[in-house]
Write a protein that binds this ligand. Structure first.
Ligand SMILES: Cc1cc2nc3c(=O)[nH]c(=O)nc-3n(C[C@H](O)[C@H](O)[C@H](O)COP(=O)(O)OP(=O)(O)OC[C@H]3O[C@@H](n4cnc5c(N)ncnc54)[C@H](O)[C@@H]3O)c2cc1C
Length: 413
């Protein structure tokens, strides 16, 4: 039995969670272990299915993310690939590699998103959570706890619920209701970058000697391709470009127009028949959120609904998992949902603020072309030398590896 399940919980209650993503499902598992009645609502009909027209992109799990999953007896080790650092494939054909750090735990586990969701779903259901798909939440009332939902039949109904956790992602419907109720500030922005996904099969990746222990980046003017390895040594690519349109890639002409931007990209060059692969894929845009208040007493925001940041730190899913853990721990220490929600917000805001600043710095460096360039590479060398000779950790290492791990492990003892 996990430690979370073994601890004494003074408060057993009921909660409706909106969104069956990593944050919502992790919260469902942990609150079920604390004997809460848990209902999860999601707009997708089959919550754990892989989306048909988008290869599920990969996510990187940090030590803290892996630790939180282990509290619900979930391991991703068998379907993941440990990555020890970043490799930049530069336009001149050179490869520059930088390790995340010298400590044993300084690695990320690259896992397919649909596998993570599938395992979280199975675990939440086996613990007794009621997961209901095909329910689109239209709005919430943060003072009364009411939820207006569109049922699969398209009928609208009003549900009266005691407590709500809004884990409905970056385009959260519930966030506006919380912001309105608390009169807090929030920003929602996008930097004009859109993305889609492609895959490099195992054979092509091996033949080209792409090392599956590293995350690979290959960029050009206004473009970036990120390759994350899978357990079978194939690579899952996130393909990004500036100024594109969202929607589905309709035909070969549109696919070729997109691919023309990547004509010299070394990772795209390894995708067999990229034009055919791209037709039918969905193109989405990256959006970012910073929200001053995350709770109203009756409803609280978790994961991307509260704080979506640029994905280049590989921190979003881990922050979502640690959010769920922090709330479950706050519940153990307090006597009401309201108190736990306040404690959770206080505890998480500072860390997330620091992470957001760092994510924006990374984004600026990527957009300006500085990232991967000579100055950036020199900085990486200096940082690695400082770590080896003086034991000094960078802000990146502190925020991704050290602080969240210390925080989650510290709460369990
Ligand atoms: C291309 C890409 C690559 C990324 N790579 C990484 C990475 O390598 N490492 C990392 O840590 N993070 C990464 N991230 C970020 C990470 O995916 C998110 O931070 C994480 O998924 C947030 O989890 P969440 O549960 O808060 O929200 P989500 O995963 O967005 O889940 C929200 C859920 O709510 C449901 N929903 C939404 N609206 C409604 C509604 N109105 N009614 C009912 N249900 C609703 C959705 O169907 C969904 O199931 C990446 C993101 C992208 C887009």
């Amino acid at each position: 039995m996990s430690s979370a399940a073994a601890s004494t919980t003074p408060l057993a209650d009921e909660v409706t969670i909106i969104g069956a993503g990593p944050a919502g499902l992790m919260a469902a598992c942990l609150l079920r272990q604390a004997k809460w009645n848990v209902e999860v609502l999601d707009q997708r009909f089959d919550v754990s299915a892989r989306p048909a027209n988008a290869a599920s992109y990969n996510l990187t799990l940090t030590p803290a993310g892996r630790f939180v999953l282990a509290q619900a007896d979930i391991s991703m080790q068998d379907c993941g690939r440990p990555i020890v650092g970043r490799r930049i494939l530069d336009a001149g054909g050179k490869v520059h590699g930088f390790r995340y750090g010298a400590a044993t735990e300084d690695y990320l586990l690259s896992v397919p998103r649909h596998e993570l969701i599938g395992r979280l779903c199975d675990r939440a259901r086996s613990l007794g959570a009621n997961i209901v798909g095909g329910v689109h939440v239209i709005r919430t009332d943060p003072t009364q706890g009411d939820v207006v939902v569109e049922e699969p039949s398209r009928a609208l109904s009003r549900l009266q619920r005691k407590h709500l956790i809004a884990a409905d992602g970056v385009y959260s419907t519930c966030r506006n209701d919380v912001v309105h109720a608390t009169q807090a500030g929030m920003s929602l922005r996008d930097n004009g970058v859109v993305y889609t996904t492609l895959d490099i099969p195992t054979g092509e990746a091996r033949a080209s000697k792409l090392d599956p222990s590293w995350i690979h980046f290959s960029s050009g003017p206004g473009t970036m391709v990120i390759g994350l390895p899978n357990a079978d040594e194939s690579f899952s690519l996130v393909v990004e470009w500036s100024g594109g349109h969202t929607g589905t890639v309709e035909d070969r002409a549109q696919a070729e127009e997109i691919l023309a931007r990547f004509s010299l990209n070394r990772l795209i060059g390894l995708v067999p028949d990229a034009t055919t692969a791209l037709v039918g894929r969905r193109v989405r845009k990256f959006s970012y959120v910073a929200c001053q208040r995350w709770e109203t007493g009756r409803i609280l925001l978790m994961g991307d609904a509260a704080h979506a940041m640029p994905p280049y730190l590989g921190a979003g899913v881990n922050t979502a998992l640690v959010d769920a853990f922090a709330f479950a721990k706050a519940v153990e220490r307090t006597t009401s949902f309201e108190e736990a929600a306040c404690a959770y917000e206080r505890e998480r805001q500072e860390y997330v603020g620091n992470l957001d600043s760092l994510a924006r710095q990374h984004e600026d460096a990527l957009v300006s072309g500085e990232w991967g360039g000579p100055r950036w590479r020199l900085r990486q060398r200096i940082d690695r030398a400082a770590e080896q000779l003086l034991g000094r950790r960078t802000i990146y290492q502190h925020l991704i590896f050290d602080a969240p791990t210390k925080c989650v492990r510290g709460q369990i003892r």
